[in-house]
Design a protein around this ligand. Sequence first.
Ligand code: 13P
Ligand code: SF4
Length: 340
Amino acid sequence: MAQLLEVEDLPELSYTPEVAERTRELYERVQNVIPAFEWPAFAPEIDAIRRLKRERNAVVLAHNYQTPEIFHGVADIVGDSLALARKAAETDAEVIVMAGVHFMAETAKLVSPEKKVLMPDMRAGCSLATSITGEDIRLLREAYPGVPVVTYVNTSAEVKAESDICCTSGNAVKIVESLGVDRVIFLPDTYLASYVAKQTDVEIISWHGRCEVHERFTGEEIRRYRRGYENVVVIAHPECPPDVLDAADFVGSTAQMIDHVRAKKPPRVLMVTECSMSDNVAAEVRDVEFVRPCNLCPHMKLITLPKIRRALETMEPEVTIDPQVAARARAAVERMLEVK
Ligand code: 13P
Ligand code: SF4
């Protein structure tokens, strides 16, 4: 790959009256989560990205953990890992820009091999994805012959290629039960595995991967919040440790957490997950008070508006996958998408 242009070397943009007018309506939607003094820095980038998307026939897919100026400002499709995988397969656009982490871009490429998938910063990884390799799975298969391997999408294409079927946090129990077996190998998140094991009679053999963001929450911290914020409703992501999940009122994928807030509108809520998500929901659901423990995902935070603009200007960096690996990895993702 050619040397990537530094974001500092991109053409400079100004906050002109025209840009202000074109982005005025958008700012009204996000003003409770983006301070007015920050908007002149974001608006010209958003305006340029919107123009580039039209010119390139591109869409921006953004995970729920992206910051509000990306999530509300430039994304065409937002959601959890499952929704992003489904929608990537459905879009008619020729180019996908993934505002998320690398495994999400690879998944988009797997389900849309004919499209160009751009990753604004290739360094945006995931501690779960780096916790396991294809070789690890081959060794596990030797240790547990005939036991199917269910792999969380937070993994590399190389790992997916060694798997029977993928799952996300939104469908993990359903996927495990869809196999009709007594035992599965479930990789790589040890906490998601123990959460799934509590919801099913299928025996779960797990791995030792952890999310570096969710593993930092503790049950004691949740109890402290409950003491400090009367009647707070606690909703947690299943990548959290078991004592956190035991202390929560609701557990679900990022999309399921958002749907829960939209549907139940609790007066006060604590979302035990990456902290940009509360901002994104708060922009939309105004009558809920969000209590925010702030654990940031350093990988998600590598994605910025200037890097998205750079990707669309230069059409780089592009995500590619070895065709033989891709064919096997795609089969595992498609098997997941077929489970209704
Ligand atoms: P979701 O599939 O729930 O969006 O989770 C992805 C993720 O990386 C959570 O840390
Ligand atoms: Fe990976 Fe955790 Fe970041 Fe999600 S929050 S991308 S699981 S490191």
